[in-house]
Design a protein around this ligand. Sequence first.
Ligand SMILES: O=C1O[C@H]([C@@H](O)CO)C(O)=C1O
Length: 547
Amino acid sequence: VDSAVHHLKWEIKYEYRSPDCFQKLAVTVNGDNPGPTITATQGDTLVIEVTNGLHSENTAIHWHGIRQRGTPWSDGTEGVTQCPILPGETFTYRFVVDQAGTYIYHAHYGMQRTAGLYGLIRVLVRNGTIEPFSYDKERSLILNDWWHKSTMEQATGLSSLKFGWVGEPQSLLINGRGRYNCSLAGGTDVCNATNPGCSPFVLTMVPGNTYRLRIASVASLSALNLEIEGHNMTIVEADGHYTQPIVVKNLNIYSGETYSVIVKANQDPSRNYWVRLNVVSRKPGTPTGVAILNYYPNHPKKSPPTIPPTGPLWNDTVYRFNQSKLIKSHPNYTEAPPRTSDRVILLLNTQNKVNGFVRWSINNASFVPPTTPYLIAIKENLRNVFDQNPAPGTYGYQNYDIYSVPQNSNGTLSNSIYRLEFNSTVDVILQNANTMNVNNSETHPWHLHGHDFWVLGFGLGKFDPDVDPKSYNLIDPILKNTVAVHPYGWTALRFRADNPGLWAFHCHVEAHFFIGMGAVFEVGADRINKLPSYILGCGESRRLIKT
Ligand SMILES: O=C1O[C@H]([C@@H](O)CO)C(O)=C1O
């Protein structure tokens, strides 16, 4: 097979944009926000030269869902796999896209994803490979939530002693377009419905044709529900893996997830339809986001004659829980998980305070990455970079009441990691709990770098280690890289730690990871190839540079 090498040169900049009519600084990639869609074929190599033109901000870009086998330094996770890319500097990512499917890229530095550094990656199957569904044409929708407050203001609030929560987003964006009610904003110079960019995205379909819609969420906070008025969707791919085809009226999609759905343009061709996007799981303070499904040759801006469908109730946890459980791997493409695991790590997710600051913790440890990336610290044996004790495998779990506001919510800051034996099979149980607010538990989409995991099961309530594993799906669980933990629920994952590297595992809510909701797995450090010298430079790694 001939595989191609794609050379891309990207300049990352701040530019004024008005994605929802409200003018704001947004990150652009070669002038575009969202960034350009990358299209490659399975087995191809991507070489992406990223130049940081942000002037006074560092950056790093994560290729979300790409496993980076043999290239852990190209994962783009600042503090874990690389030093920040400094303003004016260029960093070259080089990696193979070894798995077909729908992926995303986004900033992985501080909370920079909220500033709009994101885009889609399409990895096509090799010529002659047959997929378990067929379609005439393909379209894509990238979903996001959007704030008018800058990333700096959000990050400052979250890290202040007088906690400043980011609040609900002002808008929902579909392919970078939304619509804010400008009468709520001061002055037409900052918000104006005639601003370029703020008309709804138009998804054009030819009546009678069948479409593959690639859908990705890069939302910073919101769990989303997407519906195409009058059209069912058949889910066929999740995070790069083929699913059993499942027909849904609307799709719950959590930040960091990607799906492909099949949609048939088989309705009344004389009109257009709404594509409707809502916040779920948090009490919505954000208007419904819309795009227009345009049946060719109707005018693309012709408003549908209806109002957008309402969709499920925002607080219907059981509805979302049940849809999560429906996603299974396709029988012809099922790679069954190992029957047993070598190790079980139970991760209790709690909202905490540490020294008066609001934080999130995993087993009472609130994650703070070191300034020297773990990958370099471990390969170069810089032992004072981070706490060498293993990260906690449990926390007072037996007696922990997941339904109550924590009695003693004090956590500790930590940069310790989980060291996984190479090729071992690891189970992770994510256990949700009450936040520091009465009767409140949130949805957390957890994302693993470097590996896909089997989703063995979901539960509502407290995981019972003696009983619940008996109900694991070991037959046809889906492989994913991101999965939700529902309010007061648990989610069980299994993966084979077979990709040498240092891999982040974290809540994909930008504001949660930023205040501690994450962990790092070390896998087979002795098998990591010699680090390229260009990744050295920050923190303790400075003195390793040979002049
Ligand atoms: O981390 C969070 O903080 C707020 C709230 O719990 C405190 O204001 C919220 O909704 C979060 O998800």
